[in-house]
Design a binder for this molecule. Structure first.
Ligand code: ADP
Ligand code: MG
Length: 559
């Protein structure tokens, strides 16, 4: 049987691709700059093994030039260029990636900075241009060639003049339509901001001629026009730098530049992971709560870069909910991107990174707790509630991770304590971790239910947050000690002489108790003599799983 090859209606395919892969038009610049960077990288890699080639960094750059009058945008690079054949195959065949092939051929040379892999990015130029002209002179070629296309109608190639090795791409920017304006892609300011956003960390300089007005030298109020070549991108990302080279101010500056928050970060975490997944990250624990933090509008997530190129603004999968307050970025070369490079193909690596990040954040918080208690308490006042939500959610699966980070006010000195601190100073005969719930610490202190426990010299944790008791119910125990509400029926405190008093009181007053129960009817299950009261005449206690405070909260919740 004859085996046939699939045919593709390439015109339609191209049209579909151009208009449906990318969610934003501005992405075209990221794609063309990434290609230019790859082209320079290729010379760099060749120079590693070819003595005749010298890679002098100063000679390699990318230049972006808008021309409003002619409505063109030019992207020029001093990279490896393309021969006639390469223009045919790389730009004439959809999904053919010369860069992927190069990467495979040069695997031994650690060529993983090359960005291209899918062979479609170039066509994104047609989102904003109706004519694309590529003039290229290859490093290993004879003469220069011009490739030209209006998109779906196909392309032409012809020889042309070009003195220097490299590629120049001229986009004829589309005319504005009724619903769409393309003028922004000719605006110096806008182009600069697109470059900053996506391509700030391309390893070669991205240059632009900028014009402006400035005060004339030597004068106070006289202005002059100027035009100068500006270097737009920062090139070396702070996260690729060595921690020892960086100061606290550098990290704070990056936090502000990236608009992670208006505050200062309380703590930063700089990770350079070289294990099963390779990634770098700079994470921040903010000092104050973002205004929308405890609202539905708040979006958690970290910026995600692949090889220094921004892929996603807020990648939510990188952060568990209980650490949703963390800000920052992750850069990894081992991500499998989808074809638009806006999303990830598989989330296996991402899951590994996320897991890794969560444990780093945890240990950072732990050391903050250990070494900088004041800072930790400040953090906890803002975000402690989120940690408790973490303990409570997902049936407490994160409890091991989070329980050591919890703090509660204790009856002793009215200070915040960890569960570990509480348990480690429990007297021998104390069986449970006692807690009392209420609206404020002052109110809890006045609760009659706390009297017996306090008299025994046992410490009580004060639960003033709605979530406290629910979270603790998920923990069930800490270091094998069960939690016990001071208002629960059985406090588990050894019988003493008060016991017999109470037993006698029970017998003597049975008729009174029956009468009270009659009056209160369904509002209480039982009226009995209490063994726990000291100065107060009466208190409420609960017998079942739910304590009185929990019942109150549940009743207050909308159904
Ligand atoms: P990808 O970058 O994913 O390979 P593109 O569609 O962006 O796909 O580009 C296709 C191919 O065209 C690249 O792999 C590269 O071989 C070639 N190419 C594109 N732009 C340039 C350039 N500026 N210089 C040299 N080669 C280029
Ligand atoms: Mg590309």
């Amino acid at each position: 049987m004859e085996k046939k090859q699939f045919q593709a209606e390439s015109k339609r395919l191209l049209e579909m691709m151009i208009n449906s892969i990318y969610t934003q038009k501005e992405i075209f610049l990221r794609e063309l700059i990434s290609n230019a960077s790859d082209a320079i990288d290729k010379i760099y890699y060749l120079a590693l093994t070819d003595d005749k080639l010298v890679f002098d960094k100063d000679n390699y750059y990318i230049k972006v030039t808008p021309d409003k009058a002619n409505r063109t945008l030019t992207i020029r690079d001093t990279g490896i260029g393309m021969t006639k054949e390469e223009l045919e195959t790389n730009l004439g065949v959809i999904a053919k990636s010369g860069s992927l092939a190069f990467k495979k051929e040069n695997e031994s040379k650690d060529g993983h900075d090359i960005i291209g892999q899918f062979g479609v990015g170039f066509y994104s130029a047609f989102m904003v241009a109706d004519l694309v002209t590529v003039t290229s002179k290859a490093l290993q070629g004879d003469s220069a060639y011009r490739w030209e296309s209006t998109g779906a109608d196909g392309y032409t190639i012809e020889p042309c003049e070009k003195d220097t090795v490299g590629t120049e791409i001229v986009l004829k920017i589309k005319d504005n339509t009724e619903d769409e304006s393309y003028d922004e892609f000719l605006e110096e300011y806008r182009l600069k901001s697109i470059i900053k956003k996506y391509s700030d960390f391309i390893r070669y300089p991205i240059k632009m001629d900028v014009t402006g007005k400035r005060i004339k030298e030597g004068s106070e109020d006289e202005f002059e026009d100027y035009e100068e070549e500006q270097h737009v991108n920062s090139m070396v990302p702070i996260w690729r730098k060595n921690k020892s080279e960086l100061t606290n101010e550098d990290y704070e500056k990056f936090y502000a530049e990236k608009h992670y928050g208006f505050d200062k970060p309380l703590k930063h975490i700089h990770i350079s992971a070289d294990g099963t997944v390779v990634y770098q990250a700079i994470l921040y624990i903010p000092e104050s709560i973002p205004f929308d933090y405890y609202s539905k509008e708040y979006e958690k997530g970290l910026e995600l870069y692949s090889n220094g190129v921004l892929i996603m603004n807020k990648c939510a999968d990188l952060l568990p909910d209980y650490f949703s307050f963390v800000k920052g970025m992750v850069d990894s070369e081992s991500l499998s991107l989808n074809i638009s490079r806006e999303m990830l193909q598989h989330d296996r690596q991402l899951k590994l990174i996320a897991k890794n990040i969560a444990s780093k954040i945890k240990s950072q918080l732990q050391s903050l707790l250990k070494d900088e208690r004041d800072k930790y308490e400040q953090f906890y006042k803002s975000f402690g509630r989120q940690l408790k939500f973490g303990v409570y959610s997902d049936y407490g699966t994160h409890k091991d991770l989070l329980q050591d980070l919890l703090l509660f006010t204790s009856s002793k000195e009215k200070k915040l304590v960890t569960l570990d601190e509480y348990v480690s100073r429990m007297p021998e005969d104390q069986k449970y971790i006692y807690y009392a719930s209420g609206e404020t610490n002052e109110r809890i202190e006045k609760l009659p239910q706390t009297e017996l426990v306090s008299e025994k010299g046992y410490e009580i944790l004060y639960f003033t947050d709605d979530i406290d008791e629910f979270a603790i119910k998920m923990l069930m125990t800490y270091k094998e000690k069960e939690f016990k509400s001071v208002s629960s029926g059985d406090l588990g405190i050894e019988a003493d002489d008060k016991d017999s008093e109470a037993d006698a009181g029970q017998a003597d007053n049975q008729p009174l108790f029956d009468y009270m129960k009659d009056l209160l009817n369904d509002r209480v299950t039982k009226v009995k003599a209490s063994k726990r009261l000291r100065s107060h005449p009466v208190c409420l206690s609960a017998d079942g799983e739910l304590t009185i405070e929990m019942e109150k909260i549940l009743k207050a919740m909308p159904n």
